[in-house]
Design a binder for this molecule. Structure first.
Ligand SMILES: [Zn+2]
Length: 158
């Protein structure tokens, strides 16, 4: 009886942590990464209603066709192809190197820069045009002064 009680309490805790409060205290590392209270995080673009160009970050004027006040928010795809990459060997103190900095064209539009993970940083393992997917996770375990974690996005081979 007591064991059952403990077990239920634990399951309640897990349910609360992962289903109801999973993203709580996770702040997005960039403003175009949306972390809803419930549901999966996603990347957000702004799409021009005139020429359909997609940009990251909010803007009022389209950089492609110069239309004003014609931008609307759009949820970006989690699938894309590797457009270009660079293997980084020197970075800021505390950043593990080498890592792959990648430029990815997303399936329904939008080009996003981020790190390609779960691949050995060696040109033999990385191909231009390879299929990748966007994955979300803790931004290298860093926390702000209030103890909040940051959520970031990464690419990995699809
Ligand atoms: Zn436009």
């Amino acid at each position: 009886m007591y064991l059952n009680y403990k077990k239920n309490l634990f399951q309640c805790y897990l349910k609360h942590k992962y289903f109801y409060g999973g993203n709580k205290n996770m702040l997005p590392a960039v403003d175009y990464l949306i972390v809803p209270d419930k549901g999966d995080p996603y990347l957000e673009g702004h799409k021009c209603n005139v020429c359909e160009a997609i940009f990251l970050g909010e803007r009022t004027v389209c950089s492609k066709c110069f239309a004003r006040d014609k931008m609307s928010k759009v949820k970006l795809s989690n699938n894309g192809t590797l457009y270009s990459y660079s293997i980084v060997y020197r970075s800021f103190p505390g950043i593990d190197v080498p890592y792959i900095s990648a430029l990815v064209d997303l399936e329904d539009g939008g080009t996003v820069k981020g790190n390609l993970i779960n691949v050995e940083p060696d040109p033999d393992n990385v191909d231009f045009g390879m299929k990748v997917k966007v994955v979300y996770g803790d931004a290298l375990g860093r926390k702000d002064k209030d103890g909040n974690s940051y959520m970031s996005y990464f690419f990995e081979p699809a």
